[in-house]
Design a protein around this ligand. Structure first.
Ligand SMILES: NC(=O)C1=CN([C@@H]2O[C@H](COP(=O)(O)OP(=O)(O)OC[C@H]3O[C@@H](n4cnc5c(N)ncnc54)[C@H](OP(=O)(O)O)[C@@H]3O)[C@@H](O)[C@H]2O)C=CC1
Ligand SMILES: CC(=O)N[C@@H](CCC(=O)OP(=O)(O)O)C(=O)O
Length: 346
């Protein structure tokens, strides 16, 4: 049995981790932390947990947290994560970090898009935790940098094409739309009901969203050359889910049938990627509450462009589901343990 701590348990990804881990047969959740609600029961913050998980939230004291856990999920805002992760690692704990702090391998790039990195030494230890492209490295990792939600949907959507050199890597455009839980649970005007309800808007337009360097880092590795993407995030008036529509120019003529065949082969054996049959398209509603990424590649027969549509739950494959998948890999457990059936029984 693994003793697991969730640091930042009173946030949305924290709640989703609790929801998943309480069904996990090899996990005991032993410690939950919160900044503002320490001393309260988690079930006071999230009444859905009443009678299922009534642990008292603790202050984030890294040494005390580490005493109670073998594996620690850090579900904190960026910067707050890298303030505590070094202590967890020093104490020999396995860390799955859901924040952006260890995703960019180059501290200068992190500094340019976020702020100066506080812990560049541990960047070398971190493995980017997208199992479908990095499984063997994740196996031995002490620190897993769980990918961002938008990057997960875009990288999985493009990996087969870039690996096979089937698109011009400099032609990629990705439009992604997210539910509002993607912005976290902390109160902000932009997340208020009246600000988001019945509206649909783009934000971070013009290459300024902080997921851009993360997407470019991983796609460049897949392509074997440095590339840039045009990435535009959008906010959807719904609570959870991400749909990405991605466009690229093919490097040679192809068909929708051939693309589906390629994706089927690339993702064969992958438990959480579903390549949809021709004529079907992904929807956030089909992956809601699950760890699935649904993908449809196709050809726009008029322009010849390739279009890939992918859907995930931002709190599932985009965060906590993927984090548990990574924990399973790191700890030598069956990769799907605790994650199967989530969509059917949310
Ligand atoms: N939401 C999503 O869809 C995704 C989120 N992520 C990333 O995962 C991380 C967590 O996200 P999310 O759950 O949405 O965020 P929330 O804002 O919902 O929750 C953040 C949690 O961290 C705690 N916290 C905040 N600041 C501090 C601090 N300085 N010290 C200690 N604890 C602190 C909060 O406590 P309190 O409640 O008391 O304020 C809360 O428990 C973030 O880095 C986010 O970017 C990654 C992929 C998707
Ligand atoms: C809808 C929304 O606001 N989404 C967030 C990204 C989601 C996320 O949590 O990103 P990180 O894991 O990299 O922090 C945003 O655009 O900043």
């Amino acid at each position: 049995m693994l003793n697991v701590a969730i640091v930042g348990a009173s946030g949305y990804t924290g709640l989703e981790l609790i929801r998943i881990l309480y069904r996990h047969p090899e996990v005991a959740v032993t410690c939950l932390t919160s900044e503002q609600s320490a001393g309260k029961r988690i079930s006071e913050i999230f009444p859905t947990l009443r009678g299922r998980c009534d642990l008292v939230l603790e202050n984030l004291e890294p040494v005390r947290v580490a005493e109670k856990a073998d594996v620690i999920f850090t579900a904190l805002p960026h910067k707050a994560a890298m303030e505590v992760v070094p202590t967890f690692l020093k104490l020999g704990k396995q860390v799955i970090d859901l924040s952006a702090d260890y995703r960019l391998s180059d501290p200068q790039t992190y500094g340019a898009w976020y702020e100066p990195h506080l812990n560049p030494a541990n960047l070398k230890k971190a493995v980017y935790g997208l199992p479908e492209i990095r499984r063997s490295k994740i196996k031995g990792a002490k620190l897993v940098a769980n990918p961002g939600c938008y990057p997960t949907s875009i990288i999985l959507g493009l990996a087969p094409l870039l690996k096979q050199g089937l698109i011009n890597p400099h032609s990629i455009i990705a439009d992604s739309a997210s539910g509002v839980t993607g912005a976290g649970r902390a109160a902000k005007v932009d997340s208020l009901f009246c600000e988001v309800n019945e509206g649909y808007k783009a934000y971070g337009v013009g290459g300024v969203h902080r997921h851009t360097p993360e997407i470019e880092q991983e796609l460049s590795l897949l392509a074997g050359e440095k590339l840039m993407v045009t990435f535009t995030p959008h906010l959807l008036p719904m609570d959870r889910g991400i749909l990405s529509t991605i466009y690229a120019a093919p490097s040679k003529e192809t068909t929708t049938e051939a693309l589906i065949k390629l994706y089927d082969k690339f993702y064969s054996g992958e438990p959480f990627v579903r390549v949809l049959p021709q004529g079907s398209l992904p929807s956030t509603s089909f992956v809601r509450g699950s760890n699935f990424c649904d993908i449809s590649p196709l050809i726009d027969s008029r322009t010849g462009r390739i279009i890939i549509v992918s859907a995930i739950d931002n709190l599932g494959k985009g965060a906590s589901g993927q984090a548990v998948q990574n924990m399973n890999i790191v700890c030598g457990l069956p990769e799907t343990m605790g994650l199967e059936g989530l969509a059917l029984f949310p």
